[in-house]
Write a protein that binds this ligand. Structure first.
Ligand code: NI
Length: 170
């Protein structure tokens, strides 16, 4: 089932996610719906807050649905190591048409649970590293436009307000 993607400034996007404690069929159905929703919007990452649910669940697929081996589920993820620095442009399904350069660690190690509750660790470099940091930020209620300069943020927010007024933000 394709879920509705929540756009900024919906308050759920800034709500820290509750940890998941039950790994049941309901959770697995929700995760399947998140993948379907992300693919329908041609995204490579989606956090639960972006479909209106403040829980610590995110899905990532850098192949955008082309390669089944690229499907990644992270429940209750934590960044346990970070190193180096990247400064690249990011977008977000909750901010259509907004792209901004964000400083991120070049490498992260993440510990998380899968959809059955099993713990695992993954090392992310380059795009996967950036995507993990962007999505885990979402789970903490942190949006990428709050990781850029105040000046650039004001310009982006002005553009968003203009699009909302013109009815182009939904
Ligand atoms: Ni995002």
């Amino acid at each position: 089932m394709i879920l509705k993607i929540v756009k900024y400034p919906d308050p759920v996007l800034e709500k820290p996610g509750e940890p998941v404690s039950e790994f049941n069929d309901e959770l697995r159905k929700f995760i399947a719906d998140m993948f379907e929703t992300m693919y329908a919007s041609k995204g490579i990452g989606l956090a639960a807050q972006q479909v209106g649910v403040a829980k610590r669940v995110t899905v990532i697929d850098l192949s955008c649905g082309e390669d089944p081996n690229e499907k990644r589920v992270f429940v209750n993820p934590e960044i346990i190591e970070r190193a180096g620095k990247l400064y690249e442009e990011e977008g977000c399904l909750s901010f259509p048409e907004i792209r901004e350069k964000v400083v991120r660690a070049a490498h992260v190690k993440v510990r998380a649970q899968d959809e059955f509750g099993k713990w695992f660790e993954v090392d992310g470099e380059e795009l996967l590293s950036r995507c993990l940091q962007h999505e885990i930020d979402h789970l903490d209620g942190v949006l990428f436009i709050f990781r850029i300069s105040a000046l650039k943020r004001d310009l982006a927010l002005r553009k968003i307000r203009k699009m909302i007024r013109a009815g182009e933000w939904d």
